[in-house]
Design a protein around this ligand. Structure first.
Ligand code: ARG
Length: 461
């Protein structure tokens, strides 16, 4: 494309090298912003007219021109060329083609530097709301599952070694808590996204009598940005969003990792529905948890996007630099990945069949109530360190004799401590062990139920 046709072509003698045009263009990915770009431009034109910078007639022509462009892009009737450079210039060029000189007034008191920040903020505000809704959906399926599995016993692990019996409902709510913090982080991040940047112009502000509050009002922003230089170079709202998304992915990935392990023959704790698994091209017997594995794998690309964005920002001299155009693909892919992961996992979680028998079978193994025995001795007056040693020796004895705690006699118990009495047999079962964990946040059924009731009662659930 000759530079005469470019909005910035005035001072150029030679056309842009075609390879440079291809290298610098962003239209193939930032076209995603067209709706928000047009929404922002309409608000800008309305403000320019209200401030008498353009006439009411010009405002009308601009607004209806932009609306027709919006419809045409939506219907796929408007295609863009590489030479259009980016979505902002492509729309402006098309507007001028459609309405003539009035179109050339739209970019008054505005630069692409503040315009692109506005587009990104409008886009991210919408996407954040959608992700919050998806997160809420996944969280409520976890709570629903927790109600269903309220009494299901499972082995709890540390170091992936059997530790203490817990309730499956408690495990489910553990993920609910993580995702609840993610939701709070998203809402907090949204406050910093929700600031109106337009009017910073290129970097210094403008001589023209604009009304930034008016634009903010039209676009539903509660605040305008305070420093024009900061405004055009700031992308911390993008970095913060990607971090929040990366944290969500971390939590989803851990949830998936548990399910992948549990779906193995070795654990046999869960069966993932056929609809959410895939087969092997060679081994006819296989049923693989690919969805869960892909969520775990896709977590890596979101981490990559976070590091990419932070690296783009770290060495930028003030203020705008073209490096900032590289913020979009990481952001867009993060949005797509986290949305698809939440949608798929929500559906998959509704199609899980937990094997209660297998879970309980494993929960009773491995002296999993040893800590309960130690706490029993504490109640009898022994210092914990001493009781820990006694029970440790009991475990070693059991391993030697191939006996579990319930298989030992009171006489055997008493050989290790005189403090053991008949009531020891009341605290050896996994049910009793779980029942006794009534400390705040503990796994006793009554504590889990209390939390479920609190969660269900929350007005924003
Ligand atoms: N496509 C550019 C971006 O995404 C828009 C801003 C261009 N500004 C400029 N001064 N070249 O950052």
């Amino acid at each position: 494309m000759t530079n005469k046709k470019k909005p910035w072509g005035g001072r150029f003698q030679m056309p842009t090298d075609t390879a440079v045009e291809a290298f610098t263009t962003s239209i193939h990915f930032d076209r995603r912003l067209y709706r928000h770009d047009i929404e922002g431009s309409i608000a800008h034109a309305r403000m320019l007219a209200a401030q008498k910078i353009i006439s009411r007639k010009e405002e009308k022509a601009i607004v209806s021109g932009l609306k027709s462009i919006l419809a045409d892009i939506g219907e796929g009737r408007l295609q863009f060329a590489t030479g259009d450079e980016d979505i902002h210039m492509a729309i402006e060029k098309e507007l001028i083609r459609r309405i003539g000189d009035a179109g050339g007034k739209l970019h008054t008191a505005r630069s692409r530097n503040d315009q692109v920040s506005l587009d990104m903020r409008l886009y991210l505000r919408d996407e954040t709301d959608q992700i919050i809704a998806l997160l809420k959906g996944f969280k409520s399926s976890l709570v629903r599952l927790a109600r269903i599995e309220i009494r299901t016993i499972m082995p709890g692990y540390t170091h992936l070694q059997k530790a203490q019996p817990v309730l499956l409902s408690h495990w489910l709510l553990a993920y609910w808590e993580m995702l609840d913090r993610d939701e709070a982080r998203l809402k907090d991040c949204r406050k910093r996204v929700n600031v109106m940047p337009l009017g910073a112009a290129a970097l210094a502000g403008t001589n023209l009598p604009i009304d930034r509050q008016k634009v903010a009002g039209l676009l539903n922003f509660p605040a305008v940005s305070e420093n024009s230089m900061d405004t055009v170079s700031d992308r911390d709202f993008v970095a913060e969003f990607i971090f929040t998304a990366a944290m969500i992915m971390t939590h989803l990935s851990r949830f998936c990792e548990d399910l992948i392990l549990w779906a193995s023959g070795e654990f046999g704790f869960v069966e993932i529905s056929d609809a959410f698994t895939t087969g092997s091209s060679i081994m006819p017997q296989k049923k693989n948890p690919d969805v869960a594995e892909l969520v775990r794998g896709k977590t890596g690309r979101v981490y990559g996007h976070l590091v990419a964005l932070l690296t783009i920002l770290k060495g930028l001299p003030m203020t705008y630099n073209r490096d900032l155009q590289e913020d979009k693909e990481p952001l867009f892919d993060t949005v797509d990945t986290v949305k698809a992961s939440l949608q798929t996992l929500t559906a998959m979680s509704r199609n899980l069949k937990f094997n209660h028998v297998r879970m309980r079978e494993e929960a009773v193994k491995g002296f999993s109530t040893a800590t309960d025995l130690a706490e029993y001795l504490v109640v009898k007056g022994l210092p914990f360190r001493e009781s820990h040693g006694i029970v440790g020796r009991l475990v070693a004895y059991g391993l030697r004799k191939n006996k579990t705690f319930p298989e030992m006699t009171l006489k055997e118990f008493k050989r290790f401590s005189a403090a053991f009495a008949e009531d020891i047999f009341d605290c050896l079962s996994v049910e009793k062990a779980i029942h006794a964990k009534t400390s705040h946040g503990g796994t006793a059924e009554k504590m889990v139920l209390k939390r479920i009731t609190e969660i269900e009662g929350r007005s924003d659930a």
